[in-house]
Write a protein that binds this ligand. Sequence first.
Ligand SMILES: Nc1ncnc2[nH]cnc12
Ligand SMILES: [Zn+2]
Length: 362
Amino acid sequence: MPDIHTRPHPDATVAAALDRLPRERLPELLRRIPKAELHIHIEGSLEPELIFSLAARNGVALPYDSVEALRAAYAFSDLQSFLDIYYAGASVLLHEADFHDMAWAYLQRAAADGVRRAEIFFDPQTHTERGVPIGTVIAGLSAALTKARAELGVDADLILCFLRHLSEEAAFETLDAALPYRDHFIGIGLDSSERGHPPSKFERVFARGRALGLHVVAHAGEEGPPAYIIEALDLLQTERIDHGVRCVDDPALVARLAAERMPLTVCPLSNVKLCVYPTMAEHKLPALLDAGLCATINSDDPAYFGGYMNQNWLDTFAALPQLGAREAWQLAANSFEAAFADADRKAAWRAEVDRVVLEVAG
Ligand SMILES: Nc1ncnc2[nH]cnc12
Ligand SMILES: [Zn+2]
């Protein structure tokens, strides 16, 4: 299979360091290894404390008495039960400074977790439907990204997501409204309620996005069937699949994803919190890596699912003894391979991964 040949491999010195790294040093490696985060909804980084302080700043009433009461509501049974609370939380975002403060808080956490590159989803329709101009959303987020490049050494870009429970016509209107800010985002994506809203519903708006030179990704195979992943590949011509874990139900699809080195932006804590898997120990990430897929680890909605990048890495490796230092290297290398950054920067981050491995292994 071509995957065996195209999957990146560590050079001999790095491979030897990975093999001699004792298991007790693994958490240090996971924390320090440079990584790209490719699946983070910025509205999902809104911590309860920030929701309350923005609500007070903007005079927005919340249906919860306290931060603790809000956090206590974060017990989800599936994707929709989460989305209902997630959209309610975003209602406190009104002004440019609110979007800036939310993104800046995320970027500081990302920097602390060794994230060198972040490709950040935002949901303009969640805000424009409440009367917030799209220019306000993009200006606030962009200002934080510019500051992060200069002050945190985190290279970040935005990906505009369409809400799939809304119509394709609404997605077209959103794309049109965003075009004056074309330089401020690098791609389009598809998120929100998956079941009943297949990628085929958005075939024409994605064709338009591709014609505009935008990168193209889509959530598929989180709760939805493998057929949705196939539609995303064939009809939307995605460059990555967000989640995609349900590909395991279709071995031919797994073989195709491996052969094409189609990246999957996997979100382990999210999958457990939204009951895609009953426990982390049952997560299919090891099987995806074994099959030669370009799988990556990401946080999805870290304020709601129990942690940011490093928490995802630490909890995943702690629950799955099949994952060791070799897989940590592979996941970091996969994340840079799958990133929409230029080749020089990717090569520099990859070299840094190797330097950190050699340092931690001693
Ligand atoms: N995990 C997820 N799936 C679909 N849409 C989302 N929007 C925010 N998080 C999401
Ligand atoms: Zn997501």
